[in-house]
Structures are given as structure tokens and as C-alpha cells.
Design a protein around this ligand. Structure first.
Ligand code: NI
Length: 138
């Protein structure tokens, strides 16, 4: 871990007031912690664009009565074996299922896997959340 460095930034007063309100609602104890989280978010976005290894969760809601969809979802996960770390399946009701697929891989691989799955016919909604493996972030 590097040494702690103090820095100052210039902001419009209204923008700063809005920032303070927002971080107070979220429960941040200080501006510093909120700004550190924003910087970490930028670092993770940079890891993705630089194709570094990231971890992610892909949440998918689908109708399991849709012909062949369950099989296609399984096939896609096998296609990316080694990248898919785990999967959880919840039966939401008689037709609808929710799956959370946990993946690890290079930014482009993770995005490709998500694009493949989310574009399958019958997937109602999904969201990819990419985060850090934690090794390059303090
Ligand atoms: Ni189900």
C-alpha cells in the first residue's frame, strides 16, 4: 500500500453541496471515503478497457418454458468453463427463473460471455456488474 497523500480539489459550491447530500444519504462518514470509492470505480473501469483480469456477476431473469433456453444457458456456461466460477438458480414463480453467474476473466472475455447470454432469445432482463479481483486495488 502506498503512503497517504493529501490533495485538494476545486468544485462549484452547488455541485459540492449536492455531493455532500448524496454521500450523507449513502452513509459515507467523509468526503475522502466517497472520493476514494469513485476513484476505485474509475480504476476498475480502466482494468476493463485494458483487458485486465476482473470478476463479475451476471444476473439473468428468464422464462424456463421458452424452448431450448435452459439448455442454451447451460451450453454457454460450459463454453466459457474455467471463467464461470459459480452459478445460483432461484425459481421466482412457476415460469420465471433468476440466475446469478459469477465469472472471472479478462475484461473482453467477461463482456463477451455476458453479451452471449443476455442476447439469448427468452432472456427477459440481465445485468453485468464488473468489479475488481482486489489484488490491484487498495
Ligand atoms: Ni427455475
Amino acid at each position: 500500500m502506498g503512503s497517504l497523500v493529501r490533495t485538494g480539489i476545486s468544485l462549484d459550491s452547488e455541485l459540492l453541496a449536492r455531493f455532500d447530500q448524496t454521500i450523507a444519504k449513502k452513509g459515507y462518514g467523509s468526503r475522502s471515503e466517497a472520493i476514494r470509492d469513485l476513484v476505485r470505480g474509475l480504476a476498475i473501469a480502466s482494468d476493463v478497457t485494458q483487458n485486465k483480469v476482473v470478476v463479475a456477476t451476471l444476473t439473468v431473469v428468464y422464462d424456463h418454458h421458452r424452448p431450448n433456453l435452459s439448455e442454451r444457458l447451460i451450453e454457454a456456461q460450459h463454453h466459457y468453463y474455467g471463467k464461470v466460477l459459480a452459478m445460483t438458480h432461484v425459481h421466482l414463480d412457476a415460469r420465471n427463473c433468476l440466475e446469478v453467474i459469477i465469472v472471472k476473466g479478462r475484461g473482453t472475455e467477461v463482456q463477451e460471455l455476458a453479451d452471449h447470454i443476455l442476447s439469448l432469445r427468452g432472456v427477459k432482463h440481465g445485468k453485468l456488474v464488473i468489479t475488481t479481483t482486489g489484488t490491484r486495488l487498495k
